[in-house]
Design a protein around this ligand. Sequence first.
Ligand SMILES: *[C@@H]1O[C@H](CO)[C@@H](O)[C@H](O)[C@H]1NC(C)=O
Ligand SMILES: *[C@@H]1O[C@H](CO)[C@@H](O)[C@H](O)[C@H]1NC(C)=O
Length: 393
Amino acid sequence: MLSAINALCLNSFLVWLSGRLCDRLLELLTDVTANAEMLKNATDAYFSLLQGFIISLDGTTQENKLRFIQNFKWTDTLQGNTPSAQQDAVFELVSMGFNVALWYTKFGSRMSGKEDITENEAKEVHRSLKTAAGIFRHLKDSYIPRLITPAEKGRDLEARVIDSYIIQCQAEAQEVTIARAVELRHNASLVAALAYETANFYQKADHILTSLEPDYTAKWRKYLQLKQCFYMAYAYCYHGQTLLASDKCGESIRSLQEAEKFYGKAEDLCKEYRQTKGPGNIAKPSEQLFFRKLGSLIRNTLEKCQRENGFIYFQKVPPEAPQLELKANYGLVEPILFEFPALHPQWSPEVYASFDLTKGPKDDKAKPKQEEEVKPMKEPDLKPQKDSGCLIS
Ligand SMILES: *[C@@H]1O[C@H](CO)[C@@H](O)[C@H](O)[C@H]1NC(C)=O
Ligand SMILES: *[C@@H]1O[C@H](CO)[C@@H](O)[C@H](O)[C@H]1NC(C)=O
């Protein structure tokens, strides 16, 4: 068993170390050369220490006495100009977790933005987005409900915002699946079904945000809407191909006309998106090529159908667009289950007991926060103690 002195040394060491690991993780989050393995290691290291401020270490069901001793302050992705602060290690855990999840989404879109993406890269994009969705979900289900002060309306940790992020991640991962299905020339009805499900995801994510302030959601919502229209166009385009293959040329023409309509809407929304001010700049650079490709596919397929109808089928084009009642049985994306790492092995009941809170914290000597441009990156202004020794004397 550790002597009291040893436990005391270890307690200041753990506080110091968690500060270092926090800094390291924050650095990585903005480092464009970081990869998923580096991030995973840094995340595990920090969270395994931070758990010592959260989970019960004295064998009782009582709240960890270290949970509320420090103030943590984070800026918000949507309302970055007014930071949120809470004196709660759980707030730190979920805020950092949120940013780690965001990192995975950005990492995924950066990679998917490359030209000539390889199969392995496509898989990694897919995995990153599913990992992000899993982290968001875990925070929402298991940790955010534990906050003493619930997140305010429209804040990152509020249920509506988190839900939209989860669904958007699933939708974006499905985009990768669709691109792959098209490349491998999979059955058009499978592509149509996946595209339709994806459009529905975007619609759902957009719908969740309707009750939030347009000031900070307008741009994000435009993005979700343009994606929804784009994938509706996609679904009608591929559904049209399926109809043509089963000699329903009239219906096929109608389906492609519907695709054209949605494509036009998506084009308009693209323009509006670019003109809308506000946070939510998550669009992918590759979008342009992807976009144009679908446009010409719709045009060419429609022309082909009209030609064939004039020569062979002579079918009437129905006034109503065909119903897309498609259910994709394959390729739907589920979040990857996420768990926080186990408690750091240096934490023990002895170390925990050696923290003496009755003497109160020292003046916080945290270095001043670097004031940065508001970006969707958070910066805690008070990190677990630096080199000034023990946090609690
Ligand atoms: C991550 O941690 C594992 C296990 O400790 C180690 O083998 C690996 O080299 C680390 N990777 C990076 C990039 O730090
Ligand atoms: C495409 O998939 C549909 C539905 O799963 C199936 O009915 C159809 O036979 C498939 N077509 C081809 C060409 O494989």
